[in-house]
Design a protein around this ligand. Structure first.
Ligand code: ADP
Length: 272
């Protein structure tokens, strides 16, 4: 008959599952474990700012609202938690878009120098507040690479944001390029606290932070470098890190040098 038998469907699935090779089964199990762990991590990360905001709002409702200084203080704290929640959801969406391939990579010749200048503009206020100088080292030449403008802008935004965040007051963030025959290496260097050696291999994992409470305090989502890793994966490359605790860190990545110098950075933005 044409009646759908759910049991039969399940059995068929079990049979087809049995056809899989052991290796594929292991792979599926690993994915399943990864998925579960991811959901657990995300739930925990979401709970932290929600719990904080909830606490401040309920304390206000319980009477703190009548005291003007306490009121302002608690509202500010609640707002900060909600801003953190917003940044977290934004980063999660970015990660999921990259993973599901919803944003197709769009490779073309892009000017890394122009791209860096644009990213620096975004951070003018933040760096001035911290008295951190943003500088591009090297001639303002066309540093052309073959890459996705939007995605590499995201990579540079995350690296530069981290560099400023972890810089000492009065320090500087320097971007430089090493131009080879077939590739360009971009360096983002900060003069800041650095990263202890034993953490370096783990900082690209989602939600991994060297100093949990301080990172949250600084507005970090713990996803910045995971996003960087994903995007660079999509460009068949990876970030390298060198760091000296107490002195600073250098993040770098290599991209293929573009043969045809078709686009200026800003031209591209308008057409995107
Ligand atoms: P977060 O949102 O916490 O900054 P990231 O994924 O961007 O998350 O970075 C992960 C961790 O790596 C940070 O919490 C910080 O401990 C460390 N880190 C990243 N960049 C730097 C840097 N330039 N200097 C020192 N530590 C850094």
């Amino acid at each position: 008959s044409g009646v759908l038998n759910p049991l039969k469907t399940i059995n068929e699935e079990i049979y087809s599952f049995a056809d899989l090779k052991q290796k594929e089964i292991d792979e599926l199990k690993k994915l399943e474990a990864f998925r579960k762990e991811f959901i657990a991590d995300v739930s925990h990360e979401l709970k932290t700012p929600i719990f904080a905001a909830q606490g401040f709002v309920h304390t206000l409702l319980d009477g703190a609202v009548n005291d003007k200084t306490v009121r302002t203080k608690f509202l500010k704290k609640a707002a900060k938690s909600l801003d953190g929640l917003d940044a977290l959801v934004q980063d999660l969406l970015t990660l999921s878009h990259i993973e599901t391939g919803q944003i197709k990579m769009h490779f073309e010749s892009i000017n890394m120098y122009a791209l860096t200048e644009e990213v620096f503009e975004q951070f003018e206020n933040k760096s001035e507040k911290k008295n951190v100088v943003l500088r591009i080292d090297g001639p303002p030449a066309k540093v052309m690479v073959y890459a996705d403008w939007q995605r590499i802008t995201q990579v540079m935004t995350n690296l530069i944001s981290n560099a400023i965040k972890h810089s000492f007051e009065g320090g500087e963030v320097v971007v430089s390029f090493e131009i080879h025959k077939k590739s360009v290496v971009t360096y983002v260097k900060d003069s800041g606290e650095g990263i202890p050696q034993e953490h370096i291999n783990r900082i690209f994992e989602r939600f991994y932070r060297v100093d949990k409470s301080r990172s949250r305090e600084k507005g970090g989502t713990g996803l910045g470098l995971a996003i960087v890793k994903h995007i660079l994966d999509g460009h068949n490359t990876r970030a390298e890190v060198e760091s000296t605790p107490g002195k600073g860190s250098i993040f770098s990545f290599k991209l293929p040098r573009a043969k045809h110098e078709k686009h200026e950075g800003t031209e591209h933005i308008e057409s995107a």
